[in-house]
Design a protein around this ligand. Structure first.
Ligand code: HEC
Length: 216
């Protein structure tokens, strides 16, 4: 019997607790056992704010603010690379695809000349060092620093299945952009042109290794 009353009291408490005060309004702030982030010092969009002299809560960007992808003059150029873009368009340059297939070769949008081709490869070397070498290794052999700490199965670019004949440039572009299997996507971090620069550099690494192997 004792247990019955105990259970009854508990259930009654639960029912009142869950449904009892539903829809009621209180004039005092509610008791917050776990306040989490219920109260924040923030200005809601379009709301006035007496903190600023003009009373507007929405502010204009601070002078000299440089939007991502633009230089100080407001041109779409950063670090000497025109067209600092992150894709979203269609076509080989932006997707690596030609119709339903992967394309291969450097896209004409890069407008490569002998000079700019070597600049592109240098840029690719730098970007590869920043974004890929931690896993794929400086030489592309898949033995980067993270492989020593247990990241398994990192691709070794010197295997035949990653050479241009088996693994078109467009497919590599796709892997960089959207990731593949255990590898994350880099499309949000690496501009379209830089992705092609990295591909050009990986091809250079592969050729360098082949020539070296042949010479021995
Ligand atoms: C955090 C570690 C990591 C980084 C950084 C990384 N990769 Fe990978 N990558 C992997 C792993 C792991 C695989 C094997 C994925 C699998 O097969 O599941 C892989 C696979 C690949 C492949 C082969 C994919 C396939 O189709 O089998 C390519 C090409 C590649 N990476 C290119 C790159 C390039 C280019 C960069 C730099 C922009 C890069 N990766 C950065 C870990 C990484």
């Amino acid at each position: 019997m004792r247990y019955f009353f105990l259970a009854f009291a508990l259930i009654a408490l639960l029912v009142v607790g869950i449904f009892g005060f539903h829809g009621q309004k209180f004039s005092k702030p509610p008791m917050q056992i776990f306040p989490d982030m219920d109260d924040q010092d923030k200005v809601k969009a379009q709301k006035p704010d007496p903190f600023f002299a003009d009373g507007h809560g929405s502010r204009l960007p601070v002078g000299q603010t440089q939007p991502r992808g633009f230089n100080e003059a407001g041109e779409r150029v950063i670090g000497g690379i025109p067209e600092y873009e992150f894709g979203g368009q269609t076509g080989y340059y932006y997707s690596g695809h030609v119709g339903d297939y992967y394309g291969t070769g450097m896209p004409s949008e890069l407008e490569l000349t002998e000079d700019s081709a070597s600049a592109l490869i240098h840029r690719g070397k730098e970007r590869f060092g920043i974004y890929c070498a931690v896993c794929h290794g400086k030489s592309g052999d898949g033995l980067g620093m993270t492989s020593q700490y247990g990241v398994p199965g990192i691709a070794n670019f010197h295997l035949d299945n990653f050479k241009a004949a088996a693994y078109p440039d467009g497919r590599m572009f796709e892997t960089i952009t959207n990731g593949k299997g255990q590898m994350g996507a880099y499309g949000y971090n690496i501009a379209v042109r830089d992705r092609w620069a990295i591909i050009a550099y990986i091809r250079t690494l592969q050729t360098a290794k082949e020539t070296q192997t042949k010479a021995h």
